[in-house]
Write a protein that binds this ligand. Sequence first.
Ligand SMILES: C[S@@+](CC[C@H](N)C(=O)[O-])C[C@H]1O[C@@H](n2cnc3c(N)ncnc32)[C@H](O)[C@@H]1O
Length: 254
Amino acid sequence: MIEDLGQRLNRPRFPRSAGYDPHWMIENWMGPNALWLLEWLCAELDLRPGARVLDLGCGRAATSIFLAREFGVRVVAADHWVKAAENWERIEAAGQAGQIMPVQAEAHDLPFAEGYFDAVVSVDAYHYFGTDDLYLPYLSRFLAPGGQIGIAVPGLTAELDDVPAHLAPHWEPDFWAFHSPAWWQRLWTRSGAVTDVRADLLEDGWRDWLVWSEATLELTVNDFARQVLPREIAMVRADQGRHLGFTRVTARRS
Ligand SMILES: C[S@@+](CC[C@H](N)C(=O)[O-])C[C@H]1O[C@@H](n2cnc3c(N)ncnc32)[C@H](O)[C@@H]1O
């Protein structure tokens, strides 16, 4: 029921996200609830008012709006697929024109000054471009020394050699970009580009993934969402958290 949506999506562990209209979130759907993941990620970051933050792979900029509102930071909202002009409309409508600058940019060709950002944040996007050994050394150049980087991405409890039978009917080759906290910890630590690397899995994250995806499927008018969500829901439901969840990784520029 639409009236119950706020209650259905109420997550006491994400109190800041509860202040955002769930219909607005569904309108701007691009994957598992971006604000919940961001709120979880920010618990491990120290974001001070006025800090310069790059929201990399920001999609429709809901996460950038959250960062500006909740922490008073200045955000560059960068995305490859979504045009800056589209995000600008949303940013202005949210009253954040003074705090957020939208940019259309590809993650390997960033048009920023080295050392410019105090933090780089990325929600449900980094696995599309950041799983190779060379990427973090490239990206970390845009951070000031000691600057923070944090990502939250779909992930695995542990690395898989093969697709488990219960996931096989739903598996897509792209899902090989999902990794465990231990995998990310190793990738980032041995890069030498960052220090103080921490990686963990969101406890019972699969339940949030399921509840959010089911609510979105019921209410969305987005054709792409209607196409992909039934399979995603079936997969997460079949798995029950045995393998799938969300990985958070944070570090500081060395
Ligand atoms: C699943 S969406 C998530 C968007 C948003 N962070 C959210 O959670 O709602 C993934 C985003 O990653 C962005 N992305 C994928 N590959 C990228 C690349 N190479 N450079 C920059 N952004 C990229 C896409 O443009 C897309 O908006």
